[in-house]
Design a protein around this ligand. Sequence first.
Ligand SMILES: Cc1cc2nc3c(=O)[nH]c(=O)nc-3n(C[C@H](O)[C@H](O)[C@H](O)COP(=O)(O)O)c2cc1C
Length: 363
Amino acid sequence: MWPDHRIQDLFGIELPIIQAPMAGSVGSEMVVAVSEAGGLGSLPCAMLSPEQMRNEFGIIRQRTSRPINLNFFCHQPPQANPAGEGAWKQRLESYYIELGLDPQAPIPAAARAPFDSTMCDLVEEFTPEVVSFHFGLPERALLDRVRAAGAKIISSATTVDEARWLADQGCDAIITQGYEAGGHRGVFLTNDISTQAGTMALVPQVVDAVTVPVIAAGGIADARGLVAALALGASAVQIGTAYLYCPEAKVSEVHRDALKRAKDNDTVLTNVFTGRPARGLVNRIVREVGPMSEIAPQFPLASGAVTPLRTKAEATGSGDFSPLWSGQAAALGREVPASELTQQLAMGALAILSRLGSADTTA
Ligand SMILES: Cc1cc2nc3c(=O)[nH]c(=O)nc-3n(C[C@H](O)[C@H](O)[C@H](O)COP(=O)(O)O)c2cc1C
């Protein structure tokens, strides 16, 4: 059986498996599939309008009564910086010309919004069992409202200091996100990504530093990774990239194709898509403009000028300008439905645990 039941008991779920919220890539279909399979389905809300959130949440509650997680970003809203955005646009101008786009066209609005009072109203209306945050926590008054709505609160830490800070603010569990993880680093107390620890090193240090349960994230893509995380002292795992291979994932054709070809050393941390470091597969814009650009505007503004390039290129089947988010364990991914993946992870892990449990310790 599972060595540690704390997360299952806390959230009311059967399996120590959380499907990572992945803004832009996960919708209600995946959330329902994972929660019905006994894990915790997570709906990313950072790129949804209130109307879209209401719609997605309505579908989820129609199809499952099991616990689910709503996820939000809580970055500082960026200061308007026309000069910086202009310089960024100029850096990308040659690509606009190459693709036949008008470099003088207004920059589209960036699509990622931080948690605010309107989103909090929706949390109060929906009463999800779990609310998770990325990039720290919202202000105290909003956090108190989320708690009063009955949700368990969790957030990502990328260092022991961040984990302690989140625990001090009253988080019910800490997602410990290692360097291997796909997508944005959850960093919020430091800007230095060069020193971020990997999951193997970070998880046991966070486990030692806090008393609340720890959820390991980053580079976990199969049953072996799940068991390893439990051995490090985590009570559960949060898995992202492996769920991108599922048919329920809302990933573009170019992204899906790139994931299918991904190797262990194909990913990099880059800020060229949004202004914040995030892990994805290397493509043309990452190679030529990044991976880390000094002039990428503050998160999420950098995405504005990249979006028309992405849209135009994808229309011709090219992923040259698309964020191909992926963690380092992408090559372990398999194209199976999300419910099957969740079950395979759980059954595979239990089989390994039972094999390990029967090891002869007298030798
Ligand atoms: C495509 C993609 C989008 C992501 N978007 C979010 C998000 O919206 N909110 C969030 O808290 N984490 C997000 N993450 C990070 C995940 O929560 C998690 O830390 C990560 O996927 C774990 O590493 P793995 O991809 O190796 O499993 C995203 C990750 C990926 C791959």
